[in-house]
Design a protein around this ligand. Structure first.
Ligand SMILES: NC(=O)c1ccc[n+]([C@@H]2O[C@H](COP(=O)([O-])OP(=O)(O)OC[C@H]3O[C@@H](n4cnc5c(N)ncnc54)[C@H](OP(=O)(O)O)[C@@H]3O)[C@@H](O)[C@H]2O)c1
Length: 243
């Protein structure tokens, strides 16, 4: 790819193949914002983004090789970045078997903390080249980062690490780059959530309903629009953390 064909001021979204990440990619594109979509497994959503001319980059963020390959491909595709949204995630109850639990612990730390850490460091130079007054990094964590659920302890700890890193980066990358955190609550249940589990979660949520992807899209837009906000931790949870 030649220098002239590289994208300027694109937003890289990790885990953009489906669900919230795909919504964010489609939403930003609809607003005229160039996007680079990272994905894990091929989906119809990835193909649809590709058809719209979006550079789509496959990488397994659990491995260092995958993270380094993504960094390399982004450098090839982008002359500058307007933003970086850490959305890719893995979510499971902690296994009862200690060896399986350790494997989960390491996987969650790799995807939720190590990959964003390496991506922020490697891509900061491209973010500094943004023509925007300030560029953005958004860490999507979870209300569980502050209020852990012991059944998901390994997942929660990795989201807490991601959140803590965001606050360090807010300091080290200022003033050109803002770094903020969005903590979703029950935005979109996983396919495997039982009816009983959904009901129990919504019973603990002040608004008694699933938030939907729109709620997350609005939170991302609001951060991108605000030049004077960094190190903020924004819950989008229908009040679940208070219940
Ligand atoms: N949905 C909610 O209600 C909710 C609640 C709290 C927090 N959040 C947070 O909000 C964000 C989006 O939520 P979501 O429910 O849309 O997430 P999700 O469907 O669980 O996962 C997002 C993406 O991460 C990718 N991913 C998983 N493992 C990966 C790996 N090893 N390497 C690279 N990518 C990988 C997945 O790709 P594959 O499917 O191809 O593996 C998926 O497209 C996540 O950070 C999540 O933790 C969501």
């Amino acid at each position: 790819m030649t220098e002239n064909s590289r994208l300027t001021d694109a937003i890289l979204i990790t885990g953009a193949g489906r669900r919230i990440g795909l919504h964010l990619a489609e939403r930003l594109l609809a607003a005229g914002q160039p996007v680079i979509a990272h994905y894990h497994h091929e989906t119809e959503g990835v193909e649809a983004l590709r058809q719209r001319g979006v550079p789509c980059i496959a990488a397994d963020l659990e491995s260092l090789e995958g993270v380094n390959a993504l960094i390399q491909r982004v450098r090839e595709q982008a002359a500058s970045l307007r933003g970086l949204v850490h959305n890719a995630s893995s979510f499971e109850k902690t296994a009862a078997d200690p060896e399986l639990a350790l494997a989960q612990f390491e996987r969650f730390q790799a995807i939720h903390a190590r990959a964003p850490y390496l991506l922020n460091k490697a891509l900061a130079p491209l973010l500094r080249l943004s023509t925007a007054v300030r560029a953005d990094i958004i860490h999507i964590t979870d209300i569980y980062a502050d209020k852990p659920n012991p059944a998901f302890d390994a997942y929660c700890a990795s989201k807490a690490a991601a959140q803590n890193l965001a606050l360090s980066f807010a300091q080290s990358l200022a003033p050109k780059i803002k770094v903020n955190v969005i903590q979703p609550g029950p935005i979109l249940f996983k396919e495997w959530h039982s009816a009983a589990a959904r009901e129990a979660v919504l019973e603990e949520t002040l608004f008694k309903e699933e938030g939907g992807v729109e709620a997350l899209g609005l939170a991302v837009e609001s951060i991108l629009a605000n030049h004077y906000q960094t190190g903020a931790i924004i819950a989008v949870d229908g009040g679940r953390r208070l219940a």
